[in-house]
Ligand binder design. Sequence first.
Ligand SMILES: CC(=O)SCCNC(=O)CCNC(=O)[C@H](O)C(C)(C)COP(=O)(O)OP(=O)(O)OC[C@H]1O[C@@H](n2cnc3c(N)ncnc32)[C@H](O)[C@@H]1OP(=O)(O)O
Length: 158
Amino acid sequence: MSGHSEVVFRFLAEPTDVNFGGKVHGGIVMKWIDQAGYACAAGWSGSYCVTVSVAGVRFKRPILVGQIVEVSAQIAHTGKTSMQIFIRVRCGDPQKQSLVESNHCIISFIAMDKAGYPVPVPQFKPKTEEQKKLELYAIKMKEIAIETESLLQRTIED
Ligand SMILES: CC(=O)SCCNC(=O)CCNC(=O)[C@H](O)C(C)(C)COP(=O)(O)OP(=O)(O)OC[C@H]1O[C@@H](n2cnc3c(N)ncnc32)[C@H](O)[C@@H]1OP(=O)(O)O
């Protein structure tokens, strides 16, 4: 299965996924994002992977119980040991054709060896114009995630 750059999950939002207002919990959406991202990262690298950061996460509209949910994960950029994965969550009435975007983000995974050390990943080479633009966005998001971390360190040290 190694070498696949895209994974799509489709399922129904269940009553156990929703909060008191009938909308799917943000934490549940994050779990789906992490799972689809993991499946994509593990499939691309052929290794066990761990989540290192999530950047640019946006909750655009609520997901309702009974709606069909589609979580797509695609490799947007690869570093030496990291993979930046673009996630798009869409939802809609299962009786209709159209889905609307509810969430998106860039989630970063690191491929690990059996001893728990980062290992190199196969390099992703964008082919289409859309993939090339997405890669630039993913590189920026990775930089922002790392810069955010060092900003916090500087803030705590100050
Ligand atoms: C599937 C799951 O849910 S797993 C459970 C949740 N995740 C975890 O438990 C992971 C816990 N974290 C860790 O174990 C460690 O922080 C690790 C292994 C992920 C990274 O360890 P570090 O020593 O910080 O990594 P290191 O400095 O070697 O960098 C490794 C890569 O991470 C990248 N990286 C570091 N910080 C970030 C960040 N904030 N965002 C994105 N990438 C980052 C580096 O740029 C490097 O990428 P590259 O090899 O492509 O250039």
